[in-house]
Design a binder for this molecule. Structure first.
Ligand code: URP
Ligand code: ZN
Length: 450
């Protein structure tokens, strides 16, 4: 045995129990009582969980002449130090570029840099026969999850094309993921506010009210039902959107949803704060009733995944009229700490449910077949959490390159103390121990709706 972690509270698919976990050649090989290992670690009764999978990040995202604050190196260092052991980022082709070319481009950026494993969702932004024909190749090449947009004029596709993508995805075993906001309506509202000189941060929120999301979620869910295609709704923020998902699931359709920590922690009051621009992202935070509904959806299983949409910028970039502020906030480093603290410590989620929404479900939904569970044969992607510790979030102590955290000053109960990536200790007690390029591109198998 290479490494044995002893006396842990292990959260496994078969239940929680106190015991040991043995690692050999980067894999979990034994759970329970384990023979001696070369390296022995005493977990002292702390939680041992599968590493979190952040299935929604945007490292090195182009914005104007610049990029989002984290590249694939700093972003995956931040991830590892927060207990995330896999990210799924995006290859979003500019119009005219093929999804396969976009994947090759992103892999050239990411492969030498990543410190943990990663995968890529394949964006489809050009309405063409070639894009449809490529879906089969994307599945073969290990990126069987697609991303389509119903908003953003440079990325948005029409309903007819989305319908055809769903038909083809169904045939090929791909999963269609959608950024669901009604782009035409929000653009109308945006332009109206701009013309009226209403450019404060609150108008970002007011140009994207809840119905803008709910209408799009309802529309894409109806298309998915009509085509019998599984559907994954990225970054769900509204109660009305959730209701559509809930109804579809009750009727037996494979409609899944992700929400993000910011929608579970903040409501739209952030857009009235002096630092409101720091919270500009899309979809924006909604009402308190939406926030409460999302927690209920997470508890009840109507929402299957929590991911971050990690896309941080610098304070100096989050300035000016709302329409010029780059959209996006950071969060990969605080995903697990915040969901543990706000969910498990505050008794809104069981520790088993936490593991489902951060590890087991994203692994299953996105076809990461050797990740997401503490089981022999799975990758030894692990995180040790000390439930007795508490601390306050300070961006200055973070590994992300962004100079602020949207969660600055929040009290966190529980602390990530160690992270292992394929058996290698990559984080311990405030120190990053991994190495650039250690992470691998994970070629994924067919998604399994859950
Ligand atoms: O506002 C957001 N979500 N920014 C990240 C990039 C994107 O549009 O998904
Ligand atoms: Zn995103």
């Amino acid at each position: 045995m290479d490494t044995v972690i002893r006396n842990a509270n292990l959260v496994t698919p078969g239940g929680i129990f106190r015991g040991d976990l043995g690692i050999k050649d980067g894999k979990i090989v034994q759970i329970g009582q384990v023979e001696r290992g070369t390296q022995e670690i005493d977990a002292e009764g702390r939680w041992l969980l599968p590493g979190a999978i952040d299935s929604h990040t945007h490292m090195h995202l182009p914005f104007g002449d610049s990029y989002s604050a984290d590249d694939f190196y700093s972003g995956t260092v931040a991830a590892a130090c927060g207990g995330v052991t896999t990210i799924i980022d995006f290859a979003t082709p500019p119009r005219g570029q093929s999804p396969r070319e976009a994947i090759a481009h992103r892999r050239a950026e990411a492969d030498p840099e990543v410190v943990i494993d990663y995968a890529l969702h394949a964006g489809i932004t050009t309405e063409s026969e070639e894009s449809l024909a490529e879906i089969a190749e994307l599945v073969q090449a290990g990126s069987p999850s697609l991303k389509l947009f119903t908003a953003y004029s440079n990325l948005q596709v029409g309903d007819g094309f989305l319908y055809r993508v769903m038909e083809e995805a169904k045939r090929q075993g791909a999963l269609v993921g959608v950024h669901a906001e009604n782009g035409d309506v929000l653009e109308t509202l945006r332009q109206r506010f701009i013309q009226e000189g209403k450019t404060g941060p609150i108008y970002h929120y007011l140009s994207r009210p809840a119905f803008v999301e709910a209408e799009a979620v309802n529309r894409v869910a109806r298309l998915a039902i009509a085509t019998q295609s599984p559907l994954y709704v990225f970054h769900l923020a509204s109660e009305d959107g959730l209701e559509t998902i809930r109804q579809a699931r009750r009727n037996g359709y494979q409609v899944m949803a992700e929400t993000c920590p910011h929608y579970l922690i903040y409501n739209c009051e952030v857009y009235s704060r002096p630092d409101a621009r720091r919270f500009i992202l899309s979809p924006p935070m909604k009402e308190e009733s939406d926030l409460q509904s999302l927690w209920k959806g997470l508890q009840a299983g109507d929402i299957q995944v929590v991911a971050t949409d990690h896309c941080p910028f610098m304070v100096a970039e989050k300035q000016g009229p709302f329409e010029r502020v780059p959209n996006g906030i950071g969060g990969v480093e605080t995903l697990l700490p915040l969901l543990y603290s706000e969910g498990v410590a505050k008794k809104r989620l069981s520790i088993e449910r936490l593991v489902q929404v951060l590890s087991a479900n994203p692994a299953k939904i996105f076809g990461l077949k050797e990740k997401g569970s503490l089981l022999p044969g799975f990758d030894a992607d692990l995180v040790l959490i000390d439930p007795r510790r508490s601390y306050r979030i300070e961006a200055a102590k973070h590994f992300s390159r962004s100079d602020y955290s949207p969660y600055e000053g929040l009290e966190v109960e529980g602390q990530v103390v160690m992270t292992f990536s394929r058996g290698e200790l990559v984080y311990r007690e405030g120190e990053f121990l991994g190495r650039r390029g250690f992470g691998r591109f994970i070629s994924r198998t067919s998604p399994q709706p859950c």
